[in-house]
Design a protein around this ligand. Structure first.
Ligand code: ARG
Length: 457
């Protein structure tokens, strides 16, 4: 195929150079956006009198035909084309002749690729937001079913204080809600049209950039043409928001992996989201969660890659920027893949409530509440803390829990202890008496559930 830019050259480029340069392998994903952008551009050219109605009609019909042929498979991408923009333009010219050659008036591939990528990533990001909301919804459902399920809350992976499983799951809802917010925020900032920036300096044609921006659903135009073709901030912003989504999924995965182990046995994953071992017949492995944890690395890598590509390039467009797409596509596809598996995995996961409760019974996780009991009776907190510390040490030696120690033994350590202490340190009381906002207390959990539901409206 003769290159569109062949005029200036005496020699043909080498095949190896063409292959190296070509991006159609991955930018073909944006064919719909490329055609959409071209249609908006052609309409504007016609309305501003730059293109005749006759040529315009041919372009509309030609692009419409290409779109349906690509959708239906009647037309295949030419892997030898330089990129998706060149492929569609040359196919158009093949079909409609000279009118096809007029489409690129007052436009460059630099603003063309910039607009295609924004349109593409805008839609992809909306899909991620919808998936995040589904994950929040199924996590919230599990939380609602477990407002009375008591489990140990941990710090340093040591049993710390009793909480409900609902409280633990709601923490993930909050994290994922922030992810939604971050993506919505990035969408707002990126939703400006670079179309009409042309190669870098704008154009001498009387184009109407606001018209194309509006037609393509942008909130306005990029204010500076050099910035319009050079800006890939939105790729970095999205990749970093996706990296954080993966951080959250990875932490959740790590817990699910731990909880599925015989050492914890807090949850049972559904058979359909686990795998067996080729040699050990007893195994039921949480592969999905492990893979999500593993794939987090590549999403971090995509972010780092894009940042590094951008850091050294001068204004305006440089070919380095072609490297943006594989990274940002990989990043969004990985996130979608992981969310897609996480949603049903959480939905079908069974909490093993008795095991959680039994684990909460051990480990002296009501020790803070015992100290609070003494403090409320007038002992300074630090003294109460010391007294309870000694009691815990004594119980560990004797192999008993706090509620198994007799009232006589308690009284021998402080006269403030009375029989009501047993009620005060029951796990149900420890949870139920947490009245501060955001706490694991029942009222607070109900408020959190209502909050998440409202955010999902
Ligand atoms: N394939 C190119 C990219 O992805 C399109 C823009 C090419 N522009 C240019 N001046 N060579 O960045």
């Amino acid at each position: 195929m003769e290159k569109m830019w062949a005029g200036r050259f005496e020699k043909k480029s080498e095949k190896i150079a063409d292959d190296f340069n070509s991006s159609i392998r991955f930018d073909k994903k944006m064919y719909k956006e490329d055609i959409r952008g071209s249609l908006a551009h052609a309409t504007m050219l016609m309305k501003t009198g730059i293109l005749t109605e006759d040529d315009y009609q041919k372009i509309v019909d030609g692009l419409g035909g290409i779109l349906s042929d690509l959708n239906g498979g009647a037309l295949c991408f030419d892997e030898n084309a330089e990129d998706i923009h060149m492929f569609i333009e040359s196919e158009l010219t093949k079909r409609i002749g000279d009118a096809g050659k007029r489409l690129h008036t007052a436009r460059s591939r630099n603003d063309q690729v910039a607009v295609d990528l924004r349109l593409y990533m805008r839609e992809q990001t909306e899909e991620v937001i919808a998936l995040l909301k589904s994950l929040i919804r199924v996590t919230l459902e599990k939380a609602k079913e477990n407002t009375q399920t008591i489990m140990p809350g941990y710090t340093h992976l040591q049993r710390a204080q009793p909480i409900t499983f609902a409280q633990h799951l709601l923490a993930y809802c909050m994290m994922l809600l922030r992810d939604v917010g971050r993506l919505q925020d990035a969408l707002k900032r990126m939703n400006y049209s670079p179309l009409g920036s042309c190669a870098l300096a704008g154009t001498t044609y009387p184009i109407d950039r606001d018209m194309t921006a509006k037609a393509l659903g942008f909130d306005g135009v990029c204010m500076n043409s050099v910035d319009g073709v050079s800006d890939r901030d939105y790729c970095v912003e999205l990749e970093s928001a996706f990296a954080l989504v993966m951080t959250h999924l990875s932490r959740f995965s790590e817990e699910i992996i731990l909880w599925s182990s015989w050492e914890f046995k807090f949850v049972e994953l559904d058979d359909s989201y686990t795998t067996g071992s080729s040699i050990m017949p007893q195994k039921k492995n949480p592969d999905m969660a492990e893979l999500v944890r593993g794939k987090t690395g590549r999403v971090y890598g995509d972010l780092m890659g894009t940042l590094t590509v951008l850091k050294g390039i001068p204004l305006a467009y440089n070919k380095d920027m072609q490297e943006d797409k594989e990274a940002v596509f990989d990043s969004v596809e990985t996130v979608k893949l992981c969310l897609g598996i996480f949603i049903p995995m959480i939905e079908t996961m069974t909490p093993l409530k008795e095991n959680m409760y039994a684990a909460a019974k051990k480990g002296f996780i009501n020790a803070t509440d015992l100290a609070d009991y003494l403090t409320k009776k007038g002992m300074p907190f630090r003294s109460a803390y010391k007294t309870v510390g000694e009691i815990v040490g004594y119980c560990i030696k004797k192999g008993i829990t706090l509620d198994e120690m007799s009232i006589e033994e308690y009284k021998s350590r402080s006269e403030l202890f009375e029989a009501d202490l047993y009620g005060e340190i029951s796990l149900e009381t420890c949870v139920g008496k947490r009245i501060s906002k955001g706490s694991t207390g029942y009222q607070s959990v109900a408020e959190q559930i209502a909050y998440v539901e409202e955010c999902l409206q």
